[in-house]
Design a protein around this ligand. Structure first.
Ligand SMILES: Cc1cc2nc3c(=O)[nH]c(=O)nc-3n(C[C@H](O)[C@H](O)[C@H](O)COP(=O)(O)OP(=O)(O)OC[C@H]3O[C@@H](n4cnc5c(N)ncnc54)[C@H](O)[C@@H]3O)c2cc1C
Length: 401
């Protein structure tokens, strides 16, 4: 059995299989995937076939939902390796936002919804998006979201705007957060509704370029009187927040595990470069300042890993682990940003070129300080939880909280 401090033989073996696969099929093809086109698409398809044949498809899902069925912590240990390349999660069928959408459909979908949306999603035949953040109001405080879904007979009529619905271009359906019960208490106002993207009124208004990338897929969407049957409601009406908490908790751990993979890869590159580059009569590896960066990076990555594994273990035991998830969401991502930043510095000018993957890795890690809840909000969650204990006359015991 895996635990926070040790990895089982079985998981070690799986990690080796994935590592070997990354070396053989992923790293050498990253530039091809980055540039896209028919050759990249064909390769992606054939690699997906390979991971399915190997029995490594959808490692985040239980077997009955078409996944590997290994549990959350063993997946965490595997996802560290998969996360080392931004292209690998697609190859293993565990890319966001499809992974989180599949988990929520598996838990809350009706048999018809599972057949129509979950099955082809898990099989990798279609893609999806999660449509929550809106341009006009704060995404960090989703109680203020405005997009309305009004019931008319057997239909919901949806009216409003969303943006940063990642992957929406080319997606078959969106899971949209809509206000269905405006008079209810703030956390019971919203519902999640499945919206097929070919429904009349579902309009991609603009792409929204992220980091100057023209091909970004985080568009702004106008839901312009979109009509869907009431049977497209996902989970109970008014339970949108509850469901998104269920979705975002594990989803944030998925992000952190991938971020750890990125930190580890940056660390490898930093050490290798410092052993190969000389300046002022000695290797970079011999300079005190570089050794400080390497030592700090190593300690921080390991601290981040242990915190992440502890959160994954708690989720595996059925707990929502909200404080732990918030702790790792800001800590791990900041560690990752810092390690990649130092790795770029050690590479000098090469660090900001496409000769090494560091610049793309940095952009992703920096983005994660905002996406899925900004650092400040996760710090607020952790601090509020601690202060509540003190307000009630207690103290914070790190051994048992
Ligand atoms: C690349 C990318 C992909 C994304 N993908 C998706 C997606 O697929 N689906 C989706 O629905 N959303 C997605 N998002 C949106 C993301 O979740 C939101 O950007 C995030 O929740 C913040 O909301 P906001 O942008 O409206 O910022 P705001 O809510 O306006 O916050 C702005 C800033 O205010 C500060 N702030 C906010 N609250 C506090 C506080 N309590 N204390 C102190 N400071 C605070 C923070 O510094 C924060 O960064 C994505 C974002 C990015 C960048």
């Amino acid at each position: 059995m895996d635990n926070v401090l040790s990895i089982s033989e079985e998981t070690m073996q799986r990690r080796k299989v994935v590592s070997d696969f990354m070396v053989e099929h992923i790293y050498p093809n990253e530039r091809l995937f980055e540039h896209g086109g028919p050759e990249a698409e064909d390769l992606m398809k054939s690699l997906k076939k390979k991971t399915k044949a190997m029995g490594y498809w959808a490692p985040h899902l239980p077997e009955e939902a078409g996944g590997m069925g290994i549990g959350f912590l063993p997946y965490a240990y595997l996802n560290e390796i998969i996360g080392r390349s931004a292209y690998a999660p697609s190859v293993f069928g565990s890319q966001a936002p499809d992974s989180g959408n599949a988990e929520i459909l598996h838990q809350y979908g009706t048999p018809e919804q599972k057949e129509k949306y979950l099955k082809p999603l898990v099989d990798g035949d279609i893609r999806s998006c999660f449509s929550m953040t809106e341009p006009a109001v704060s995404g960090a405080d989703p109680t203020g979201l405005q997009m309305r879904a009004t019931r008319e007979g057997d239909e919901f009529v949806i009216q409003g705007r969303k943006w940063f619905s990642s992957g929406a271009i080319g997606a078959k359906f969106a899971i949209a957060m809509c206000v269905t019960d405006p008079e209810a208490p703030p956390h019971s106002r919203m519902s999640q509704i499945i919206v097929p993207t070919d429904t009349p009124g579902f309009k991609i208004e603009r792409r929204v370029e992220v980091w100057g990338e023209r091909e970004s897929n985080h568009p702004q969407i106008h839901y312009d009187n979109v009509r869907v049957p009431v049977t497209n409601l996902l989970g109970p009406q008014g339970a949108g927040f509850k469901l998104s908490q269920k979705r975002l908790g594990p989803g944030r751990i998925h992000h952190c595990m991938r971020a750890l993979g990125q930190a580890q890869r940056a660390f490898d590159l930093m050490c290798q470069r410092s052993l190969n580059r000389e300046a002022f009569g000695s290797l970079l590896a011999d300079k005190g300042i570089i050794q400080t960066w390497i030592a700090d990076a190593l300690v921080n990555i390991q601290a981040a890993r242990l915190l992440t594994m502890q959160a994954a273990l708690k989720i595996d035991s059925g707990d929502e682990a909200r404080v732990e998830v918030s702790m790792i969401k800001f800590f791990v991502v900041n560690v990752t940003c810092d390690v990649i930043d130092k790795a770029i510095q050690v590479h000098g000018a090469m660090g900001v070129t496409s000769d090494v993957p560091l610049q793309a890795m940095y952009k992703n890690a920096r983005t994660l300080r905002i996406a899925d809840g900004p650092d400040e909000v996760h710090r607020m969650v952790v601090a509020r939880r601690a202060l509540r204990t003190y307000r009630q006359g207690g103290t914070w015991d790190f051994a048992t909280f």
